[in-house]
Design a protein. Structure first.
Length: 278
């Protein structure tokens, strides 16, 4: 879900509030503080519309702090978080969002706050090979959104993002596993490949991870264990290139035999074709 989609959600949030506001202003005319709160909120929203999210964030926070008992306070806090997010000020956005879920646990927009927390972690990733902490936190929060709010648009997008994150984390494990394999650090490499098939079983790296376990166990002389992973690979991914490579570990003549079989099949097809014209 792009930033403009998040913005669209907040526009709806604001408009819904404003639609009620027209009716409420007549009731609130005597209450100067409430009117000031609405005015401050609108100023902040206008700044956001005009492309000044930093000023908007400042005004939204002012509105919340000046009128903490108002129904607009929670909306102002959420809009401030979004304004920080727009500027890629992820630390400030996360700090404000974490405060939001504690201070406003009954807010109808709580799901959006949790989702935005996950997005902030997800987009703050700089180098997943060196620091995967933001990815792991994003994964945890996306999982929370999916489990807690399964029938929402946020859960749907969270599922998509979660799939991407798991592939990134699995890719890192494979990278480290291959590195240890080249260094002949068999146990270290085995642990990385096992982690992929145990914790990232829905990623594109499972086939290779299974093959690598066939390879490592075979090198260690653990033939039964190697055969076990080869069987799993063959049962689930028989047409995979990685299964063919694993098969060759146990049968060095596999390529020769395969070529001979192909030739025999071709000869059989040719004979059947000729019979059509006899």
């Amino acid at each position: 879900m792009k930033k403009f989609s998040l913005y669209a959600f907040l526009i709806l949030l604001f408009l819904n509030s404003c639609s009620k506001d027209e009716k409420e202003i007549s009731v609130l005319k005597e209450n100067r503080q409430d009117l000031e709160m609405i005015s401050s909120y609108r100023d902040a929203y206008q700044a956001l519309e005009e492309g000044d999210p930093y000023f908007a964030a400042k005004k939204f926070l002012e509105a919340e702090l000046l009128f903490p008992q108002s129904k607009w306070a929670s909306q102002s806090a959420l809009m401030a978080s979004y304004s920080f997010y727009l500027q890629n000020y992820y630390t400030e956005a996360l700090s404000n969002l974490e405060r939001f879920v504690v201070v406003y646990p009954k807010s109808k927009n709580l799901v959006y706050a949790h989702y935005l927390i996950a997005i902030c972690y997800y987009e703050s990733i700089e180098d997943e090979k060196r620091d995967s902490a933001p990815l792991i936190k994003a994964k945890e929060k996306f999982t929370f959104v999916i489990e807690k709010y399964p029938n929402t648009e946020f859960a749907l997008d969270s599922q998509f993002k979660l799939s991407l994150i798991e592939n990134i984390l699995a890719a890192k494990e494979m990278y480290l596993g291959r590195h240890y394999l080249k260094k002949e650090k068999w146990i270290a490499s085995m642990n990385r490949f096992k982690n992929v098939i145990e914790n990232f079983s829905q990623t594109v790296f499972v086939e290779e991870a299974l093959h690598r376990l066939v390879e490592v166990n075979y090198k260690l002389g653990l033939i039964d264990e190697s055969q076990k992973y080869a069987n799993i690979l063959g049962y689930n991914y028989m047409s995979s290139q990685w299964y063919k490579k694993s098969y060759k570990i146990f049968n060095q003549d596999y390529s020769v035999q395969l070529n001979k079989k192909i030739e025999r099949d071709k000869e059989g097809v040719l004979k059947r074709f000729k019979k059509l014209f006899d």
